[in-house]
Design a protein. Structure first.
Length: 278
């Protein structure tokens, strides 16, 4: 965990893609989806495949899902369309059972036993990482992120908790000069978001003084699993969400008035945000 040490009484965990960084749509539109179609030979059903990919990764409650879990869902969908890859069943099982879902973990699995689907998944993931570095892919942070981090960091320890790969998280948070506000940058290599929150909370933060900020249902589930609060960055309302975080939710956290009633209010708004995108 980058040797993180507890300095304040409050901990705020922040997701990266689609939450703090305005990178999620472009990455899926131009990298994840197209590389999936290319790697698994889905050109004949490309339009339908990309529509499904964007639906599960951007416009539904599975938004923000780990890339390999998303790939497994895509491959199961393709199987129903008559496109099955050798070794697919074993790969799907790995995405459900493995403690770590990352390129290094998948490479280790590939080295144990030959599996065409897993090998293609690794190549797909590598190609995605290369594609997101192409010129024109840079988007930056959402409006209000820097201001919120500036306001929260003097009284709370901030940590990025992301399912993206470590190199991408490090590069983006450094490039846009947001890294100095954070005590740690935790990515897919550090484990699931729930595991990362658990590790961070073990440093001595009371659950009621921990907040997970995210834009996906998986972020909420990670917070819920650890018994900590969740603040949603609502899809297509990111600017307003970040403003509300620093002006309302963060003060409530400090003053002990971030309660179940307020949590329900936020979750209802979160749900309505997904309904508008469908």
């Amino acid at each position: 965990m980058n040797n993180m040490k507890k300095e304040h009484d409050y901990l705020i965990c922040i997701d990266s893609d689609g939450c703090a960084m305005d990178t999620m749509n472009s990455k899926h539109f131009y990298c994840f989806g197209p590389e999936w179609v290319k790697q698994y030979g889905l050109e004949d059903i490309k339009e339908e495949a990309l529509k499904y990919w964007n639906q599960i990764n951007l416009y539904s409650k599975t938004r923000g899902i780990n890339r390999f879990k998303g790939l497994a869902m895509g491959l199961e969908w393709a199987k129903e369309k008559g496109y099955e890859t050798e070794g697919q069943e074993e790969f799907v099982a790995w995405t459900k059972e493995a403690p770590e879902l990352s390129n290094p973990a998948l490479l280790a699995q590939c080295q144990k036993k030959k599996n065409p689907c897993m090998e293609q998944a690794l190549l797909w993931s590598i190609h995605v990482n290369l594609a997101v570095k192409e010129p024109g892919m840079e988007q930056g942070a959402f409006y209000g992120v820097r201001e919120a981090l500036e306001k929260m960091s003097p009284k709370a320890d901030l940590a990025v908790v992301s399912s993206a790969n470590a190199q991408a998280v490090e590069e983006e948070w450094s490039k846009y000069e947001l890294k100095p506000y954070c005590k740690a940058l935790l990515s897919q290599e550090a484990g699931s978001k729930a595991e990362c929150i658990q590790k961070l909370s073990a440093l001595g933060y009371p659950p009621e003084q921990i907040l997970m900020v995210g834009d996906a249902m998986g972020d909420y589930e990670a917070a819920k699993k650890n018994g900590v609060w969740f603040y949603p960055i609502v899809v297509n309302n990111e600017k307003e969400s970040w403003q509300q975080l620093q002006e309302e939710a963060y003060p409530k956290l400090l003053h002990g008035t971030f309660d179940r009633e307020y949590q329900k209010e936020l979750l209802d708004k979160f749900e309505r945000g997904f309904q508008k995108t469908l």
